[in-house]
Design a protein around this ligand. Structure first.
Ligand code: BF8
Length: 671
């Protein structure tokens, strides 16, 4: 593949990103975008045709009939590469869940500083699911027992992890039959590594069966635990007003960016930034206070709970530093580029690592410890404030957009019927009637191999026009936020008539921000509740729904994709497939790729496909939704049938100033 050099407009559709890329170019500084241009991917490795699991290789299989030194065939090698990626993704999510369980245990036993149990109702509801006694007990007593139950899920050796019982009954029976119910989270990840050691599991379908079990341990195990406990400790999200993009950084304030995934420290930094002593310290340094902003999933965690603005998604971590206005970037785990440290050396920004698991050469390490969380958060902020005086020339793009995040499954349930009639009935009814054609989850990463944010937002916009309700998480949600798609009335003129009618009736944006990547488990819960509500079949694979990760790049995305497929969903990945093979050169080198589509569809009713062309993604999504509608005996989708009820009120609302219109639509409080 020849090297290409793209322009800032070709790198990203986001004007803030473009501005920073021009600045990087002027300063002669490289970014992931330019490095992607300089680094041509290995065509053998990227097709999954390279085996490097032992010292006899690496073996690169490029001819028909060729095997590795040990005799490994191409499909075995591809299956091994695939499951190893899934295991790493499942491990990352689940280790996050484990840490949350330890924090819950510590909070229950008064061993932490600064944390409280914020959502007692959710604690009781989750505890009751596992038959933990709740009546007459204090929240801490219940939390202690729940923490023990959850900690046990990781090291359990036999049986089944408990959260799988939250899946539809029929799905659980199918998993039993296919022998893929996870026994313990850690056990499945370890076994994935064992099976792919030299000389172990060599039958591709058998390896991939364990990929399913490993991914289920993530989705219905580690990730679900992480979401539950984050809600219990920091509050279950509900809609509020937030902002996104680099323009949330402030010239006159100390800018601190929290980046990564675990909400434990970032939530404490939020609390510390509002402490009068810290505000005073910032004033004494000549700033107007501390301005916090997030990047990646940490951004989602604090955006949907406290309305702390998101400075951007994955590909904006370097761009934030390029503004010259960031005093400290505080990182924990996952999706943190090593390039940050050398980039920051061109400015005054201090990169602070905080996780005992993550250090970056050249970064300052201030280790997080839940026993002194608030003290550590204040120490980090003081260090950032001390750095304010070192700030040089700045360039903050004047680009930001409002958004309404915070659509937890609990809130969706509530919003559809209010306090007295909360249920998924109105959603199911709207799908059954054809007002909503179906549901799409557009989730996942950015990838500098494609145009930043384009695939996400193109797919999202086109599906909205086709009356598909879109739910989003992770960096995809931030992409839509920056375009204003998460702000109801801003996007409704570009939405199909039936969907628009539902959004206007309920008072929701057509794209629902459901949280971070571990919160994809909220989507599993929504799908389960839709099944339980009735009218859309008795299992997830019957719902007219599709999952898409148009700009994926991480191993976590692959794990999410596999657990969604195993749960019955059709999942489309954009970009390239890590196991594409080269069928033009090696016949049958796409065997594994076909198996995870057709083979898994036969076994689980869900399938995984990699589709580079966004319009083809949209076509397949709509075809799948329509096929599921037909299988349920629902009326054929008719774009002209709905959309006129309530129009007079809408016209009235459109005449109001923005703030009054938002208040009338959402009844929400401004930050
Ligand atoms: O977990 S979407 S780039 S930030 S991996 Fe990473 Fe991908 Fe963003 Fe969150 Ni998810």
């Amino acid at each position: 593949m020849p090297k290409t050099k793209r322009s800032p407009e070709e790198f990203s559709i986001d004007p803030a990103a473009q501005q920073m890329l021009i600045r990087a170019d002027e300063l002669g500084i490289g970014t992931a975008f330019t490095r992607a241009d300089d680094m041509v991917p290995c065509n053998i490795g990227s097709a999954g045709m390279c085996c490097k699991i032992c010292g006899m290789g690496p073996c690169r299989l490029t001819k028909d009939g060729q095997t590795g030194v040990c005799g490994a065939t191409l499909d075995t090698i591809q299956a091994r590469n695939f499951i190893r990626a899934v295991a790493a993704g499942a491990a990352a999510h689940s280790d996050h869940g484990r840490d949350m369980a330890f924090i819950l245990k510590a909070v229950a036993n008064d061993e932490t500083e600064g944390y409280v149990i914020r959502d007692v109702a959710k604690l009781r509801m989750i505890a009751a699911k596992y038959s933990i006694p709740i009546e007459g007990r204090s929240p801490k007593e219940i939390a202690n027992d729940l923490a023990d139950v959850y900690i046990a899920q990781f090291g359990q050796q036999k049986g089944r992890i408990l959260p799988v019982a939250r899946a539809p009954k029929k799905r659980q029976a199918l998993w039993n039959e296919r022998n893929v119910v996870p026994r313990g989270v850690d056990r499945e990840v370890v076994e994935a590594l064992h099976r792919t050691h030299i000389g172990d599991d060599q039958e591709p379908t058998h390896i991939l069966q364990h990929a399913v079990r490993t991914a289920l341990a993530d989705g219905w195990g580690g990730s679900m635990i992480a979401t539950d406990i984050s809600d219990i400790l920091f509050g279950t999200p509900a809609p509020l007003l937030g902002q996104a993009n680099l323009g949330v950084l402030k010239e006159d304030m100390v800018n601190v960016i929290v980046h990564g995934h675990e909400p434990t420290l970032s939530q404490m930094i939020v609390a510390a930034s509002q402490d009068p002593e810290i505000i005073e310290y910032a004033r004494a340094a000549g700033a107007n206070g501390v301005n916090l902003a997030g990047i990646c999933c940490t951004a989602n965690e604090i955006l949907m709970r406290q309305g702390i603005p998101a400075a951007g998604n994955f590909l904006q971590q370097e761009l934030a530093i390029l503004t010259g206005a960031v005093e400290a970037m505080v990182v924990d785990v996952q999706c943190i580029m090593q390039a940050l440290v050398s980039l920051a050396q061109n400015f005054h920004t201090e990169i602070i690592t905080t996780s005992p698991k993550v250090r970056i050469t050249g970064a300052t390490h201030i280790e997080f410890n839940e026993h002194k969380a608030l003290t550590i958060a204040k120490q980090i902020l003081r260090q950032a404030i001390d750095n304010y005086k070192n700030r040089g020339e700045t360039q903050i793009p004047d680009v930001r957009e409002d958004l309404v995040p915070g659509f937890s499954h609990e809130y969706i349930n509530y919003m559809l019927g209010g306090s007295y009639r909360s249920s998924f009935r109105p959603l199911n009814d709207a799908i059954m009637a054809g007002r909503i054609r179906g549901v799409a989850a557009v989730v996942g990463c950015n990838n500098p191999r494609s145009q930043h944010d384009y695939l996400h937002t193109h797919v999202t916009r086109e599906l909205l026009k086709q009356d598909v309700l879109v739910v989003e998480t992770g960096c995809g949600a931030i992409a839509s936020a920056k375009l204003g798609l998460l702000l109801g009335e801003a996007g409704l003129d570009q939405v199909g008539a039936g969907l628009r009618e539902v959004c206007e009736t309920v008072g929701i944006p057509p794209v629902l921000h459901m949280g971070s990547c571990v919160d994809n488990t909220r989507i599993l819960t929504v799908l389960t509740q839709m099944v339980e509500e009735g009218g859309l079949g008795d299992d997830i694979d019957q719902i007219p729904a599709v999952g898409l990760a148009p700009e994926w790049m991480s191993e976590k995305a692959l794990s999410i994709g596999v657990y969604c497929v195993a749960s019955g969903a059709y999942v489309i990945f954009g970009g390239s497939s890590p196991i594409s093979g080269m069928p033009d050169k090696v016949s049958d080198s796409d065997k594994v790729l076909r198996y995870i589509s057709e083979g898994w569809e036969e076994l689980y009713g869900g399938k995984m496909e990699f589709v580079a062309d966004p319009d083809e993604m949209i076509r397949r999504t709509l075809a799948h939704i329509d096929q599921k509608r037909a299988a349920l005996g629902l009326p054929e989708y008719d774009p002209a049938r709905f959309g006129r009820s309530g129009d007079a009120r809408i016209e009235e609302l459109e005449l109001l100033p923005l703030a009054e219109r938002q208040a009338a639509l959402y009844g929400m409080a401004n930050r």
